[in-house]
Write a protein that binds this ligand. Structure first.
Ligand code: ASP
Length: 345
C-alpha cells in the first residue's frame, strides 16, 4: 500500500511541490510542466478497444491539437463500431430492448457536459460536448437529450443491431439480471472471441484521458451501460466525478465496471483528489478500489470495477478489483501498448 508519510518524507519538499492554497493549508501537488518543459502528448483509454480509439485521438494530438478534440474523436471510434456491444451503436439494449447511451466529456478549464439514457444517436459524446459548449447546463437526459440532439443536427438512427437484438431475445428466456464478473479474462484467451455473445459479455465502457502538447488535460467517457438494465437506469459513466473527472492542475481519472459502486464512492473524483495529495496514479486507483472493497467486501468479490488515471506529468496507472482489466496507451514511442492492470484479486 502507498505510504503517504514516506512519500512526503522522501519527496524533497521543494517550493515547487508545496503549494499553499487560499486558506493557508499546504498541499502536495505534482509539479506541473512549465513552458520550459517539453510536454509529450499522450492518450490512454480503457480496454483493448482503446487501441483503435487512441489512434484516432493521436491523429489530433500529434498535429498539435487540443486534448478535448482528441478525446472526442477517439471515443467516437468504439461508438460507431457495431461489433463493440458495450459502447454506442450496437450496444446491448436494456430489458425493454432499447439501447440507451451514457456519455460525458470534460476539458482543461473544468467545463463539462453530459448526456444520460440517450436513445437513437450514434455519437452521444458529441452531444455531451454540445451540452457543454452550447447550453448553460451540464447534463441532459432521456427525451430532453434526444430533443436537443435532433434540434442540433444529429441524425436519428436505430442503435439496435441484429446481433444485440438476438442476444437480448436470448436473455429474455431467463430474464435474469446478472452482470457477469471478470468475463474480461477471456480477452487473454487467444481462442476466445474478443466480443462474446451478449449473455456473457455484458458491460464495459471507453474512458479516455489525453494530455496535449500544451500540457492540457481532457477526458471522455461513453457506454451503453449494463446490458439488460432497467429502462431509465443511468450508470457512473455520464456522472462527472464518478465516471470521469479532470483537474488540469493535477490529473484526470475515469472508470469502468459496475457503475453503481463507482457512483457510491464518487470514484474518479476520489482518484484525482488522491493524486492531488501526492499519490502516483496507480496507487490512487488502488486506494479508490480499496474504498469499494472495504464498504462491501462480499459484493466486491462478484463484480468488476477498474480505474484509470493520468497525472499532469504524463504518468499513468490503473487498478481493478478483478484480474482482466487492461488499458491502452499511445504516445510518440509506442502507438498500441495494451497494459494489463494490477488487481486486488
Ligand atoms: N460503468 C458502466 C456502467 O455502469 C459499465 C462498465 O463500464 O462496465 O454503466
Amino acid at each position: 500500500m502507498f505510504d503517504r508519510r514516506k512519500f512526503i518524507k522522501s519527496s524533497a519538499l521543494t517550493a515547487s511541490l508545496l503549494a499553499i492554497d487560499k486558506t493557508g493549508i499546504a498541499s502536495v501537488l505534482p509539479k506541473a510542466p512549465t513552458s520550459a518543459d517539453s510536454v509529450k502528448p499522450l492518450v490512454i483509454s480503457t480496454w483493448d478497444f482503446g487501441i483503435a480509439a487512441n489512434h484516432a485521438a493521436w491523429d489530433v494530438l500529434s498535429a498539435g491539437g487540443r486534448s478535448l478534440d482528441a478525446v472526442e474523436k477517439g471515443v467516437q471510434v468504439p461508438e460507431a463500431d457495431p461489433k463493440n456491444q458495450s459502447v454506442g451503436y450496437g450496444g446491448m439494449p436494456d430489458r425493454d430492448g432499447k439501447v440507451t447511451l451514457d456519455a460525458c466529456i470534460m476539458d482543461e478549464d473544468g467545463n463539462c457536459g453530459s448526456v444520460a439514457a440517450l436513445e437513437h444517436i450514434m455519437h452521444p459524446i458529441s452531444v455531451a460536448r454540445m451540452v457543454m459548449e452550447k447550453t448553460p447546463h451540464v447534463m441532459l437526459v432521456g427525451d430532453g437529450a434526444l430533443q436537443f440532439a435532433l434540434e442540433n443536427g444529429f441524425q436519428k438512427i436505430n442503435l439496435l443491431t441484429p446481433e444485440s437484438e438476438k442476444a437480448w431475445k436470448e436473455w429474455l428466456k431467463t430474464a435474469k439480471y446478472q452482470p457477469v464478473m471478470n468475463i474480461e479474462n477471456k480477452l487473454y484467451d487467444k481462442a476466445a472471441p474478443t466480443h462474446l455473445p451478449g449473455n456473457q459479455y455484458n458491460h464495459d465502457t471507453i474512458g479516455m484521458l489525453a494530455l496535449d502538447a500544451k500540457g492540457n488535460l481532457s477526458g471522455a467517457c461513453t457506454t451503453s451501460g449494463m446490458a439488460f438494465k432497467l429502462h431509465g437506469r443511468v450508470g457512473d459513466s455520464p456522472i462527472i466525478g464518478a465516471g470521469l473527472y479532470i483537474d488540469n492542475e493535477v490529473g484526470g481519472a475515469t472508470s469502468t465496471g459496475v457503475g453503481e459502486e463507482v457512483i457510491r464512492n464518487v470514484g474518479s473524483f476520489l482518484v484525482v483528489e488522491l493524486m492531488r495529495q501526492g499519490y502516483p496514479p496507480e496507487e490512487a486507483c488502488k486506494e479508490a478500489v480499496m474504498r469499494i472493497i472495504k464498504r462491501k467486501p462480499a459484493k466486491a468479490k462478484e463484480i468488476q470495477v477498474g480505474f484509470l488515471a493520468l497525472n499532469k506529468k504524463g504518468q499513468y496507472g490503473a487498478y481493478a478489483i478483478q484480474k482482466g482489466f487492461s488499458f491502452a496507451v499511445c504516445n510518440e514511442e509506442n502507438k498500441s501498448l495494451l497494459i494489463p492492470a494490477k488487481s486486488y484479486y
